[in-house]
Design a protein around this ligand. Structure first.
Ligand SMILES: Nc1ncnc2c1ncn2[C@@H]1O[C@H](COP(=O)(O)OP(=O)(O)OP(=O)(O)O)[C@@H](O)[C@H]1O
Ligand SMILES: [Mg+2]
Length: 454
């Protein structure tokens, strides 16, 4: 245990020295101040565990010092010393946040007992608070907000997971905040001062993934003219975030498993295993279990990853987060765009609620940005909303027919528009919804002159 740090504020030099000497004999680290101002100065510079202050001092008295000290360091334990005649002030002091008081004159044993008890109380209080914070299901985590029970649970799990070294698997649809969670795991944990490196497995050609992750020796393959360290070596002491892990090919998966199990990497073209100290966080928007069944993902790796997983629910399953998210993005976008964003009333939130948000929170943010840019201040009106939010949404089971006449051509266009709306403008997803190939849909978009962003 580190010795506790105590500040004594006492104008009487003799008393100050005696008390200081006693506490030092009992292994406390002591600093001494002759008055309130001097004590405050020390409190600003040094983190003390406890302030022991006399009540009656010229200039700033003990009560004033107590108030200012508590506003400076709410966690600080304060013990006040007071003569019998002013015991009333002791009561006031306790009300103002003092942990305990000592009645003058006191002897050595009393002094030590009260100090020890106050320090214990403080430790307990801090521990309790930390525990409460952990389980309090906060409504914010780093840059993320959410007040639905599922998101509060996600925040709690993430806060806990940030403190340990285990590999974490983050699951969730596109735009649900997987990368934000990964960043929080790193930047709220003990590795925060070391690198956080991101590798998007879907964006790198299969044959280059291994060299990117593990490095390569000169001449290991055509084009490898120099020896290069991989991301794992470069992130030593920190975190590697493997995004879109569901798209990693089987060969690389085997090597990754080895890193997770033995903590060693081997550069491509070398057979010298190298120890690395890296925390691994992975994410995917794919159904990994299904990938395992399809033989596209190693089962042993899946079991290894799934031990600690954090699943982000799609926005449509937690619409109660909408008001908080909207207010969060109003602030964020206001700063980004340099405007006072228009207010978003309940009718607009209701329209948001009726939409399915295939692109989740990211889509919400982009949609709000679009609305804020186009609106002319004041309040967002229904007619400011993009088409996808104004027309009632088809329920997921069937597709609503357009009102009015049914010309086959119109119907087709309408269906394509609705599919694009639901996919947030992504052609690939829209094609899947329609049961068309990517190419066919592209062709039809051209034919009907549909802009994929509605
Ligand atoms: N709970 C949230 N609170 C505030 N902003 C959020 C939240 N979730 C997501 N966002 C916003 O959405 C953006 C997208 O999040 P992020 O990049 O983490 O998604 P993702 O799950 O990694 O998506 P993809 O699978 O497409 O990579 C973030 O940059 C952030 O602006
Ligand atoms: Mg991402």
């Amino acid at each position: 245990m580190m010795s506790k740090h105590i500040l004594i504020a006492e104008d009487d030099t003799v008393q100050r020295e005696i008390i200081g000497d006693i506490l030092e004999q009992y292994n406390y680290t002591v600093a001494r101040a002759a008055g309130g101002e001097e004590a405050l100065e020390s409190l600003r510079r040094t983190a003390f565990d406890l302030l022991l202050t006399d009540m009656k001092m010229p200039g700033m008295d003990g009560l004033e010092l107590l108030r200012r000290a508590k506003s400076l360091r709410p966690d600080l334990d304060v013990v006040v010393m007071t003569a019998h005649a002013t015991i009333k002030t002791a009561v006031t002091a306790i009300r103002e946040g003092a942990t305990d008081y000592l009645e003058k004159p006191f002897d050595k044993d009393e002094l030590l007992l009260v100090i020890q008890r106050a320090l214990e109380k403080g430790t307990l209080r801090r521990e309790n608070r930390q525990l409460r914070e952990l389980v309090s299901h906060a409504t914010a985590l780093g840059n993320m907000v959410g007040e639905s029970p599922v998101m509060r649970e996600v925040f709690t799990r993430t806060s806990r997971a940030a403190q340990v070294n285990s590999t974490v698997l983050i699951l969730g649809e596109s735009g649900t905040g997987k990368e934000l969670i990964a960043r929080h795991l790193h930047f709220a944990g003990p590795r925060k001062k070391k690198p956080f490196l991101v590798v998007n497995c879907a964006a790198i050609p299969d044959n280059l993934v291994e060299s990117e992750l593990f490095g390569h020796e000169k001449g290991a393959f055509t084009g490898a003219d120099t020896t290069r360290a991989g991301k794992f070596e470069a992130a030593d002491g920190g975190t590697v975030f493997l995004d879109e892990i569901g798209d990693m090919h089987l060969g690389s998966q085997a090597k990754l498993l080895r890193v997770l199990q033995d903590g060693v990497v081997e550069r491509v073209g070398s057979n010298k295993p190298q120890k690395v100290d890296v925390r691994v966080i992975v994410a995917t928007n794919r159904d990994l279990k299904k990938r395992v069944e399809e033989g596209a993902f190693r089962e042993d790796l899946y079991f290894r990853l799934e031990v600690l997983s954090i699943e982000l629910p799609p926005l449509r399953d937690r619409m109660e987060d909408l008001p908080l998210l909207v207010s969060h993005f109003r602030d964020k976008l206001g700063k980004k765009l340099g405007i006072v964003p228009p207010t978003v009333g309940p009718d607009i939130i209701d329209a948001f609620r009726r939409y399915r948000w295939p692109g989740n929170v990211r889509e919400l943010e982009h949609t709000l940005e679009q609305i804020f840019i186009l609106s002319d201040g004041g309040e967002v009106r229904m007619e400011d909303l993009p088409a996808k939010l104004r027309s009632p949404q088809p329920d997921p089971g069937g597709i609503a027919l357009p009102a009015g006449g049914l010309v086959l051509e119109d119907l087709e266009q309408e269906l394509i528009r609705q599919a694009l709306d639901r996919s947030g403008g992504r052609i690939k997803e829209a094609a899947e919804l329609l049961g068309l190939t990517y190419k066919t849909l592209q062709y039809r978009l051209k034919k009907h002159e549909i802009d994929r962003n509605g």
